[in-house]
Every structure is written in C-alpha cells, then in structure tokens.
Design a protein around this ligand. Structure first.
Ligand code: ADP
Ligand code: MG
Length: 312
C-alpha cells in the first residue's frame, strides 16, 4: 500500500510553547485517517502544516510524494482543505464561492460549471446553489466548505474538526458524506476530531496530546488495548459478594448495588461466573468503549497539569 502522507520528526513551537514534538506518522492511500486529541493537542497546527499554510520548525513531510516546503504548489493541487474556521465569503452565493475557487485552479467554462455542480451533488447541496453562504445553517456551511475543497478534485482531503458545533443529525450527515467520498471516490481523508465516537469510524486513529503522539492504531486495537471489557454483576447480597471478592483477591468496583470487574478479555468472564454463580442474580458483559479508551490514553497526562493555554 502506498503511503500518501508521510510525516517524520515534525516539530513546531509558538514562542516557548512546543505545539508539536517529534510527530511521525504515515497515512495509506484511500484510507480514512483520524487525528484525535483534546483541545490544544496540536491538531490544527498539524493540519495547517500539512495544508502548506504553516511552516514547521523541523521535520520532513511528503504529500502525494512531494516534499513540503519545496514543492508546495504541486501539493496544493492535490489536496483539498477544510479549515476549522470557515473561509468562504458570506455575501456570495454557494455557487459563486465554488466557481471563484475553481477559477483559482484554472478551471473555466463548461468544465468549471460541471465540477461545481458535481461537488455540490456529492455534499447534497445541489438545491442551495443560489443561496448566500452566510444564510446557510451550520451543517450546510460545513458541507459547502467541503464542496469548495473538492472543486479541483484533490487526491487528499484534509478536514479540521468538521463536525464541531453541529447538532447530532448534521454530524451524522456530514460523516456519511465524508465516508462516501472515501469509499466511492477512493479519496484519502485526513480528519481531526475531539469526538472519540467519530474516531471509531476511521481506518486508523492517531491520538495526539500536548503535541505528542500518545497512541495509534485501528479503533479496534485502541479499544482492545486501552478500554476494558467489564463483567457487571447483580449480587444476591452485595456485602457478601464484595467480601468474597476481597477474600479471593479479585479487584472490583461497586456502584448502585451492582459490582463490576475489569476483564482482560471477555472470555475471562466464564471462569469468574463459574466461581460466583451462587452469589448473583444476573450478569452482563459490557464491551469497553472508544470513549473509555480515549480517556485512558489522555486523562492521566492531563492530570500532570501543564499547558492550560488553549487557542480553541
Ligand atoms: P488543537 O487544534 O488540537 O486544539 P492547536 O494546534 O490549535 O490545537 O494548538 C496547539 C497549542 O498551540 C495550543 O496550546 C495553542 O494554544 C497553541 N497555539 C496555536 N496557535 C498558536 C499561535 N498562533 N500562537 C501561539 N500559540 C498557539
Ligand atoms: Mg484545532
């Protein structure tokens, strides 16, 4: 598989604040890649560097095989960027915004018209072509921003927190659009998010915290590695069960009359249930969530204190 984005040893400081520290990763062509991290992690900094707008202090970056900093024009032809803050003109219509963008890439006449139309179709805004950008809803604006990023048919789509601030329905709609672009058009999609449940949709997730990569893998790998499955027990006699668990040195947590035991894997529940069957009314095995994994990765570091300077 071809690595369409390669990042090695990326460093960026704002004054004395290290926004990115030795960040290295690569993205396979055609994949949906999520950069997940809390506010201030360095997601927009990474995004701004990849989209050629911000110069890193150190590191090597290749996009579609072109070295950043040396072949930026070639890179810009091959990437479409949606920034965290929208950059479209509120007073122009959707169509005018897109046509203006296409013209910047040398498109004109029938070709420009066709590309604008198909970009609007992909994001489901074909009926909004004549509407002023400033009059669109939040979700429609984001979809229009994506359409703008698509007019020059890029190989790589870079999206910085595209769903932040949207209601759940618009978020879902936007994600369906993103996934459609990736699966149908074979586009590589690089998206940042601070919603762990969104990262679950990606092929690969990189977790960034305080400018450093703290975990990476498929959502399933992260979940397996950082989030427990739990055995939830409803005891016949809570005190007696807790006493027994203590005696048998089985670590547990109790909560509103139930007892939960962290499992190394869900199969471990079988042996435990055999030992405890006479003490319980019922049980449930609950799978660890992506949210739990994210908190396990990021939270311990947060508690160290440190950087409170947040731009967003
Ligand atoms: P994220 O997008 O993950 O929220 P950013 O990349 O925007 O994070 O910011 C990373 C860190 O760098 C934050 O601590 C932020 O306050 C700081 N930062 C970002 N941009 C600037 C800037 N232009 N000047 C100074 N500090 C900045
Ligand atoms: Mg950001």
């Amino acid at each position: 598989m071809k690595q369409i984005i390669e990042v090695r040893g990326l460093e960026k400081k704002y004054g004395t604040l290290a926004a990115l520290r030795n960040v290295s990763f690569s993205v396979e062509e055609g994949k949906l890649f999520a950069l997940l991290g809390p506010d201030g992690a360095g997601k927009s900094t990474t995004m701004d560097i990849l989209s050629t707008y911000l110069k890193p202090d150190a590191g090597e970056v290749y996009l579609a095989g072109y070295p950043l900093g040396r072949e930026d024009n070639e890179i810009r032809k091959r990437i479409g960027t949606v920034f965290q803050e929208g950059v479209l003109d509120a007073g122009l219509t959707v169509e005018e915004n897109l046509r203006y963008r296409g013209a910047l890439y040398g498109l004109q006449g029938g070709i420009l018209q066709k590309t604008v139309k198909s970009a609007l179709l992909v994001v489901g805004l074909e009926d909004m072509a004549k509407r002023r950008y400033g009059q669109l809803s939040g979700g429609q604006k984001r979809r229009c921003d994506i359409a703008r990023a698509l007019v020059h048919t890029p190989q790589i789509l870079l999206l910085d927190e595209p769903t932040t601030g949207l209601d759940p329905q618009s978020r879902q709609h936007l994600w369906n659009t993103i996934k459609k672009l990736q699966s149908l058009a074979g586009m590589t999609v690089f998206v940042t998010t601070h919603y762990m449940e969104e990262a679950r949709e990606a092929d690969h997730v990189l977790v960034l915290d305080h400018g450093e990569i703290v975990a990476h893998g498929t959502p399933q790998e992260l979940q397996r590695h950082y989030a427990h499955d739990w055995l939830m027990l409803v005891p016949k006699d809570a005190a007696a069960l807790q006493e027994k668990l203590r005696r048998e040195e089985i670590p547990f947590q109790s909560e509103k009359g139930t007892v939960r035991i962290a499992l190394k894997d869900s199969m471990e529940a079988i042996a435990l249930l055999q030992r405890l069957s006479s003490d319980i009314h019922s049980f449930q095995v609950v799978t660890g969530t992506m949210e739990e994994a994210f908190l396990a990765i990021v939270k311990p570091r947060k508690e160290e204190g440190g950087n409170c300077d947040k731009r967003n």
